[in-house]
Design a protein. Structure first.
Length: 753
């Protein structure tokens, strides 16, 4: 009984440690890769790949290994040591490779860094699960599959606990290095359950002393200094939204958010161009909305105009706090600061707005980075532009900037700019574009309000007595040169694009990824092939693959367990896809609300635990495993068809009926719970079917667990990077349903033996 309790606790600790490690390591890698969707998909995909390797390959040796308890102790000890060392390795890798802070990293280095840094720790996690499963099965010789199901249940429970603890408490109270040490300490305690030696004692004392005398905080700051060398580190803080770092070069402060340069003090050109052209285009800007980037100088430039009020929206209050600490403070009664997601603010403002335009804005300036993530893409979508139009006064102006080139626009950049332009054109009648390293888009619904006449802007600049360094009499005519404007317009308007950038089909960020890849001679000439990826071509490929599988299944008289193994792969793929779809849909609809997204991630693990618990309770009473398994597969076919109904209903009532929308927002948490429940119910049932009349518990459990993770890896990459941006969320759910229907047909024709 004591051995069983030790194994149960080890499974829970494994779940807690692996979830905490995943969150901490991913956040650290995001600082290196500046957090675009490509990097996140690569990180997650490689994480699942290495865990599946540890389970699939090393798991095969579990059945023949002796001294399993001692081995588990040493593996857990190794985990506790490798976790904090991994953080040090990640933070020192950029200076080792001579990569400057804020420098864009190519796909090859991104893949290599992720592949190397995740390898050891992920292999250990995968192997540990298989090892604990094998040891648990020995404790229950009569039904080894039930023992494996219990381990799967407890590991999921631990992951739920770890995710909730980190998201709601640890991220705010401990540094990343301290969290890594805490997760390692739990693994060390698990190690002590099965074996004791002097190394464990020395390491335990070291961890305790580290927390007592704050060595961990010193090491945390020391490694951050190395990470941002050769710059002088002033301060680095991890907020709930990410890492914010302030460095100093000579007498200038620079702010980095998740490794990406946000702004540099006294960068007058960027600050002035982001504001003054838009403000000068309006004859009398009274009320202004600024979304993002104000602390870097844009807010100060806006206040040079005779405005009545400025509503400044900045999600992370830590940026404001650090800005006031190291930069000249801006205290003006006209400024109202809101710490909320910009999209959520716009929706809330539309709800509170009363006709006729009592709360409208003369000017709205979007001062955010390009849509290099799906999260940022929400601010460049058709739906957002419609919301912005609803907040503008009849003679209001909306502006934003996109990356371009001063003199030459390549085909990838042209497609990217054209997509956003045509999306904007669907909402606003009049659009002006000003060329430069960043192309400024000016949109208004009143024809003739904005102008390309530089004399008008210069006259307003003088009348308002605005003092600037760059946006002046000599620079404005150059910026508004007719030949340069004509070149930009001809490129953007002539580029054929039929796909608009929408919330549920964020193709804008995919075009930006393709543009980003061209900087490293990757992705060149890829655009012509993207048009062939649509729902019809994807479904055609699926039909060919499954017809081939059916043919092989028929001529080989494959048993039911082979279909089960394939379904575990597709279920893993589908479950990961469901998570990505739900989280992205939630972001598109409600904005980036960190706690809610953390809750969605944990909700999936809660559903997994409930599903595992349910099957565990009825394990011994199951009379027809085949029939029950087919029922679970039917549920996986139906579930993705429910998602678009919820999303479409929610999007239609989010502004029109705010009270109902709030209820639907809370109901989002049940979507991942349902998905997790189905997956948690199916996996233990699959082990019961596949272990029937077989004694190689470790090999078969490792094989199924590896298939589940491999499917998750592929599902995350394909759905996040290709299907959602190119095909759309609604169509992707249909594709997932059809794939699982094909698997259901395969299970029906398989022989049960």
């Amino acid at each position: 009984m004591l051995a069983k309790i030790k194994l149960n606790l080890s499974a829970i600790i494994l779940g807690i440690a692996s979830m905490m490690a995943q969150i901490v390591i991913i956040r650290e890698l995001i600082i290196i890769f500046y957090g675009n969707e490509l990097s996140l998909s690569v990180i997650l995909g490689i994480w699942l790949f290495w865990v599946s390797i540890g389970s699939l390959i090393l798991g095969r040796f579990v059945d023949i290994l002796k001294f399993k308890e001692r081995l588990l102790s040493w593996v857990q000890l190794a985990t506790s040591i490798i976790l904090p060392l991994n953080i040090i390795f990640i933070r020192t890798i950029k200076p080792t490779l001579d990569i400057s802070p804020g420098q864009i990293i190519g796909f090859a280095p991104m893949f290599t860094i992720s592949f190397v840094s995740l390898s050891v720790i992920c292999i250990i996690f995968g192997f540990t699960f298989t090892l604990i499963s094998k040891m648990a099965s020995k404790q229950n010789d009569q039904d080894s599959s039930k023992a494996v199901g219990r381990v799967y249940l407890l590991e999921g429970l631990g992951a739920s606990i770890g995710g909730l603890l980190y998201s709601f408490f640890l991220v705010k109270s401990l540094s990343p290095f301290q969290n890594a040490l805490l997760a390692g300490s739990l693994c060390l305690c698990s190690s002590l359950f099965f074996n004791r030696n002097i190394i464990q004692l020395i390491y335990l004392i070291s961890i305790l002393v580290s927390f007592m005398v704050n060595w961990s905080l010193y090491l945390d700051r020391f490694t951050r200094k190395i990470q941002f060398s050769p710059f002088s580190l002033v301060e680095s803080i991890d907020s709930i939204y990410g890492n914010i770092t302030v460095v100093k070069t000579d007498s200038q402060f620079s702010f980095y958010e998740n490794g990406l340069l946000v702004f540099t003090e006294r960068d007058f050109l960027t600050s002035e161009e982001s504001v003054h052209y838009t403000m000068l285009e309006h004859p009398a800007p009274g009320k202004v909305l600024l979304i993002g980037g104000g602390i870097g100088g844009s807010l100060k430039e806006i206040l040079k105009h005779p405005v009545k009020s400025v509503d400044y929206v900045e999600l992370d209050p830590m940026i404001i706090e650090l800005g006031e600490r190291y930069l000249p403070s801006i205290k003006d009664k006209r400024v109202n600061i809101f710490h909320i997601d910009g999209r959520a603010y716009v929706k809330q403002a539309l709800i509170n707005k009363t006709p006729p335009y009592n709360n409208g804005y003369d000017v709205i300036i979007l001062n955010l980075p390009d849509p290099y993530t799906a999260m940022l893409n929400r601010f460049y979508s058709l739906e957002f532009y419609k919301e912005i139009k609803g907040l503008l006064l009849p003679d209001g102006i909306f502006s934003f900037s996109l990356s371009a080139s001063e003199n030459y626009i390549n085909p990838e950049n042209a497609m990217y700019l054209s997509c956003i332009y045509h999306t904007l054109k669907m909402v606003f009648q009049d659009i002006k574009t000003l060329p430069g390293e960043n192309i400024l888009f000016l949109a208004s619904d009143k024809l003739g309000l904005t102008t390309y006449n530089s004399d008008i802007l210069i006259k307003r600049l003088k009348e308002r007595q605005i003092r600037t360094k760059f946006v002046r009499e000599y620079y404005i005519p150059f910026k508004m040169n007719p030949l340069r404007i004509k070149y930009i317009q001809s490129i953007i308007k002539a580029t054929p694009t039929t796909k608009l950038n929408t919330d549920f089909r964020p193709i804008g960020y995919l075009y930006h990824i393709v543009l980003w890849l061209t900087q490293f001679n990757i992705g060149i000439n890829i655009l012509p092939y993207l048009k062939f990826i649509n729902i019809y071509s994807v479904l055609g490929l699926i039909c060919i693959v499954f017809l081939l599988i059916y043919f092989i299944q028929k001529i080989t008289h494959a048993p039911f367990r082979r279909g089960v193994a394939l379904s575990i792969f597709t279920t893993g793929m589908s479950e990961m896809a469901f998570q990505i779809i739900t989280i992205l849909a939630f972001q598109f609809l409600y904005g980036y609300l960190y706690y809610k997204i953390g809750l969605l991630l944990s909700a999936f693990m809660v559903g997994l635990v409930l599903g595992s618990l349910c099957i565990y309770k009825i394990f011994n009473r199951i009379k027809d495993e085949r029939y029950l398994y087919i029922i679970t597969q039917r549920l996986i076919c139906i579930y993705p068809l429910v998602l678009p109904i919820v999303f479409i209903l929610t999007s239609k009532v989010s502004i029109a009926m705010p009270d109902i929308a709030k209820g639907l927002e809370k109901g989002f948490v049940f979507l991942p719970i349902i998905a997790g429940f189905i997956g948690g119910f199916q996996f233990p049932l699959a082990t019961k079917i596949c272990l029937k009349n077989y004694e190689q518990t470790g090999a078969i459990t490792g094989f199924l667990y590896g298939l589940d993770l491999a499917g998750s890896c592929i599902g995350g990459l394909i759905v996040g990077l290709i299907l959602i941006p190119l095909v759309g969320i609604i169509e992707t759910t249909l594709i997932l349903s059809i794939i699982n229907i094909a698997i259901l047909g395969l299970l029906h024709i398989s022989r049960f033996r």
